[in-house]
Write a protein that binds this ligand. Sequence first.
Ligand code: MGD
Ligand code: SF4
Length: 724
Amino acid sequence: MGNSYSRRDFIKVSSCFLASSSMIGVNPIGLFAQNMDTLVADQVIPTTCELCFWRCGVEAHVKDDKVFKLTGQADHPLSNGKLCPRGTSGHGLLYDPDRLKTPLIRETVDGKQQFRPASWDEALSLIASKFDLIKETEGADKIVLFSHGFGSSFFKRLFKAYGIHNFSAPSYAQCRGAREEAFKLTFGHGVGSPEGLDVAQCKYLVLIGSHLGENMHNTAVQDFADAVSAGCKVVAVDPRFSVAASKAERWLPIKPGTDLALLRSLIHVLLEEKLYDQAFVKENCVGLEELIAGVADATPEEAYGLTGIDAQTIRDVARDMARFAPAALVHPGRHVAWYGDDTQRERAIAILNGLLGNYRQPGGLIHPTKKYGVPNPYHFPKDTSVGAPYKSRFPLASKVPANEIVEETIKGNFKAWFVYGTNLPETLGDQKATLEAIKALDFMVAVDVLPMEVTGYADVVLPEVSYLERYDDLDDRTYRKPYVAIRQPAVKPLSYLDAKPGHEIAQMLAKKWGLAELFPPIEEYLDRRLKEAGTDLLTLKSKGVLVKEDNHLFQSQGEPLRFNTPSGKIELASALLSSHGFDSVPQYTKHPENPPGYYRLIYGRVPMHTFGRTSNNRILGELMPENELWINQITAQDLGLNAGEYVHLINQDGKKSASKIRLKLTERIRPDVVYMAHGFGHTDKRLKFAYHRGASANEMITNLTLDPIMGGTGFKNNFVTFSR
Ligand code: MGD
Ligand code: SF4
């Protein structure tokens, strides 16, 4: 392939290719922030939020063709009339003065790499011809689509028809993959997103490092609030006194990395004291004897030595769980890529839920399967003549772990990446490897709204319009009730930007490959789909969401339960795991301890930001402009560190943070741990607000502990010290 693409240096693009605030004419954010409550909308347009991936129903309040307020759709099952702080601030993305303005092509002038603005036709012709060349010479299976977010659906269809079948996303190996595989192994299906949990009716909720309330998924937090106000007892297991811990009956400040030891001892007590739902287990589970033998040594006394949680507390929690069962739930969590034994830790959670007999019971695990059901009459044929898709080396990975693609790219086994809506250098951990892989590529495309770090490494950058300016495909899902919802433009695409919606980009690319017939105009496509479901686009555009009432969530009297596992039952011991050489019953192994003078780095979310995607949002930036490093007050005093002081972090491999982070001294965290919110410390100058505000957690994650079962990337075996 062409030399100019073989070494990919990060390009700091000159600001003349980006939208500037002066182009907006007014500063809509400042103006509307002041006048929001008194303004009367010309129009209120229902659409779907994309500030995170929960996809709540939004009402965009528009005046003079500008969005000035976002509120929650009353009838949308995911919003119930409310939005989280991020959802109310989507116009901060729409009017972000740093948005990408035009397609960009990397070129080398006088030995120096730079971007130049290009027309859509030129940029897409280049992508089409580069992909054609790779397809002809090496095979389309050398190309990978990385994506995150609903907007990628049109690219997935197009690429399948073109012959690209390698798709990867950070939501698998970096997030919930281990949870999904563990629940599949135990119950025959994953937990899903939104999670199949009846938290609202739960009476006893055990949170294993899920900090609901800071981890802000709108409906999940509404359900949690409902449960707490109805008297649900909460146990928060967390090295940090989280918001959830503040609502809890018990806070268990566990030693990080030992959750599996705690979970095993809870199983031990339920079995030893015969507190589990014996009738349910007899009828629906296999492997009880193997489980009893597998946790025989996991006494609460043994667990105390490992976790720091005293034996009596462990016994009390197990007894209380049994007392409130089946309305007792051990929450499976969401971002579970922690220590590399994550599938086994999630298996232990699944087993506990099985023993409590809460499956399809109010307050327990539920498995809503019925969608609204909108057929897709448009046939997107798959081109399967182009070689076999990449098969993961991890035996039970049902998706391709993103870091395995990184490894294989470094080895030369992938030649091109098409990256849609995911900021890979700040997402995958082991940044060095990600950048090495990017350098090894022949060609890379990034589709984004903002000049995030990933765009600086691409050969072609394609600016997408924000979710408030575009249609996406129909959201045909279920949250207790099946529904279909629309994402539609609240305003026309901003005229001073040459950005396009994903469906149009995919359509233009399809045309270059002779696949134009796959993409009818978007409104025609949506209308035809909806007509097949007995409604139409006009109706959905005005209502925003259509909901069906029926969903058989709970087991009816006498209804037999069926599980899609090899045995057809809930597998307390997994024969499939042992056939691959893994423990059929989860066993605990120790994780690395802090090197002297270092503190384990843990991280999490904050209600007003989603990963790194919102840190340049001026409205949210007002709420939280930078992250802080939580450090125990006594630890800080011993080290002579002061509250509010800015420090650089240095990790166990000598990696120093690019920017400084402010210290928050608190008693709400164990002395051996430090904590920060993920998604800050951006290093791309084009993100004028987010640039070097706070520090990046990802940068400090140089040690990934791989989950041998499904390839998840454990992030939490990393340790930091401080430099002033
Ligand atoms: P972001 O880093 O926020 O999330 O990782 P990512 O999905 O990479 O990047 C999102 C990108 O999408 C940004 O570049 C943003 O500008 C772009 N974008 C936003 N809206 C649109 C749009 O409408 N169209 C397009 N084309 N682009 C858009 C998340 C990943 O991170 C996940 S899922 C998890 S759970 C992990 N979490 C995590 C963590 O908690 N800590 C650490 N240290 N690392 C983590 N990595 C993982
Ligand atoms: Fe938007 Fe918040 Fe809902 Fe996520 S949880 S989709 S950010 S309102």
